[in-house]
Design a protein around this ligand. Structure first.
Ligand SMILES: Cc1cc2nc3c(=O)[nH]c(=O)nc-3n(C[C@H](O)[C@H](O)[C@H](O)COP(=O)(O)OP(=O)(O)OC[C@H]3O[C@@H](n4cnc5c(N)ncnc54)[C@H](O)[C@@H]3O)c2cc1C
Length: 418
């Protein structure tokens, strides 16, 4: 039995079906995919990605899976355009990134990023550097600098980037193809079944759902996002309890993110920044991207980490206002005119999502040990997986979720059917 029908759960199902297992997959939402969620835009005929959007580089498992399932990808690219705030241009150039990376990499004992910065870059002259490092950790990794592991960030920031791709038809076409494969192989998939209780003993698991269904299996894999394990109480109750696993989950960081998708009647940035892929604006919603190389009149705004947490009680209308104000300042356009140009907006705050409780994971000091603990099944009956349990530098990605799904399935011995 697999709890959670995101990329990880589906990958684990595919592997186990291939080994001859009977697989039941329980998913709380009325759709599969979890943090992969491609929607149809209302005002135009294209997909918008509320969750995962990019393939970040030459990712072996994602790319081979897409190839096997016959799904095409498209290279993104485009220029990274920095639109500095007034008076900021000079100081950005003055940041000594090389020194920062060198000192991060030489660290003997891991420490949170903010401790590292105040220890090694304490002077007023390094204020800009501290702010940028914190901004990057929050924006890209969704990380709280008071908790994020300096060594893990260093490893990730130093790994080669490679080309980025989007999936034709949206990431959900990967999920649809995985679902079709699983169904063909006899997987029993139950949607809108949120698991609430798991009673277990060695070799026997009974899961109860919010709809009062009881399903049984000999082994269970949970792929619940880390954010749910941080909740008190954890929304899925295990009896007997597994406190050592809950403790381990709470040693892994998990960050909030708000994605703001704005579709305009025309792309007003085209004349000045026709080949732009990304905009770094330094505004309240700092990061924006286009659909380059496709000339769609759509901009996607991104706010992650502590900055997203700060505005988590604002209404969609208030967030939209902040977004338009950010664009208005960055592009020196009247906000009223931008408002008139706006055809459609879609704002999704993942920290408010009942079944994700945030965006994705990051490493805190001590996370690697926690992942080792979670890599150990309980009584060869309870297994743990998900994006956050992947130990490499691609944490927080679909690739990490797929890898973790494959890895957990490989821990479960083969059956007599294969
Ligand atoms: C806004 C955003 C943008 C992102 N952008 C990218 C990107 O560009 N590229 C990239 O590679 N990655 C990106 N990611 C990360 C990527 O989406 C995730 O790492 C990956 O999808 C996680 O897969 P998973 O299967 O581990 O978890 P999930 O997809 O969260 O799957 C877990 C499943 O468990 C279900 N569930 C929860 N509670 C219960 C319950 N009680 N009972 C049954 N089921 C339950 C959930 O509904 C969910 O479907 C992004 C994430 C977000 C939020």
């Amino acid at each position: 039995m697999i709890v959670g029908g995101g990329a990880c759960g589906l990958m684990a199902a595919m592997e186990l079906l291939a080994k001859g297992y009977e697989v039941t997959l329980l998913e709380s939402r009325n759709r599969l995919g979890g943090r992969i969620w491609s929607l149809d835009a209302k005002s135009a005929r294209f997909k918008i990605e509320a969750g995962a959007e990019f393939i970040h580089g030459d990712l072996p498992l994602t790319l081979s899976l897409l190839k096997n399932l016959g799904i095409d990808i498209k290279k993104t690219g485009g220029k990274m355009v920095v639109i500095p705030q007034k008076g900021e241009e000079k100081s950005r150039d003055g940041i000594n990134w090389e020194l920062l990376f060198k000192k991060m990499g030489k660290l003997k004992k891991d420490m949170p990023l903010s401790t590292f910065l105040s220890t090694y870059f304490p002077d007023e002259s390094n204020k800009q550097l501290r702010n940028y490092a914190i901004g990057f950790a929050g924006g890209y990794d969704l990380a709280d600098p008071k908790k994020a592991s300096t060594l893990a960030l260093w490893e990730e920031w130093n790994s080669p980037e490679g080309d980025q791709f989007r999936i034709e038809g949206g990431y959900a076409s990967l999920i649809a193809a995985m679902e079709a494969h699983c169904l063909r192989e006899g997987c029993s998939i139950h949607l809108s079944e949120a698991v609430t209780n798991i009673r277990w003993k060695k070799g026997e698991v009974k899961a109860r759902t919010a709809g009062e269904r009881i399903l049984e299996a000999g082994k269970l894999i949970t792929t619940l996002p880390v954010g749910l394990w941080h909740r008190d109480p954890v929304p899925v109750r295990f009896s007997p309890g597994i406190p050592e696993k809950v403790r381990a989950y709470r040693q892994i960081g998990y960050g909030p993110v708000i994605k703001i998708i704005l579709i305009f009647k025309r792309n007003f940035w085209k004349e000045k920044y026709g080949n732009a892929g990304f905009f770094l604006t330094g505004q309240a919603i700092p990061t924006w991207w286009t659909q380059f190389p496709i000339a769609l009149p759509m901009l996607t705004g991104w706010l992650g980490g502590p900055a997203a947490k700060k505005i988590n009680d604002l209404s969609q209308k208030e967030i939209l206002n902040i977004a338009l104000a950010s664009l208005s300042t960055a592009f020196e356009l009247d906000q009223k005119k931008l408002n008139i140009l706006l055809a459609e907006s879609f704002i999704y705050d993942w920290q408010q999502d009942e079944f994700s409780a945030g965006g994705y994971s990051y490493s805190m000091v001590g996370s690697q040990k926690a992942k080792t603990e979670l890599g150990r099944p309980v009584e060869r009956t309870l297994y743990f997986a998900g994006e956050a349990l992947y130990a490499g530098t691609l944490q927080g990605t679909v690739e990490a979720a797929l890898e973790s799904g494959r890895e957990v399935a490989r821990k479960i011995p083969g059956t007599s059917h294969n």
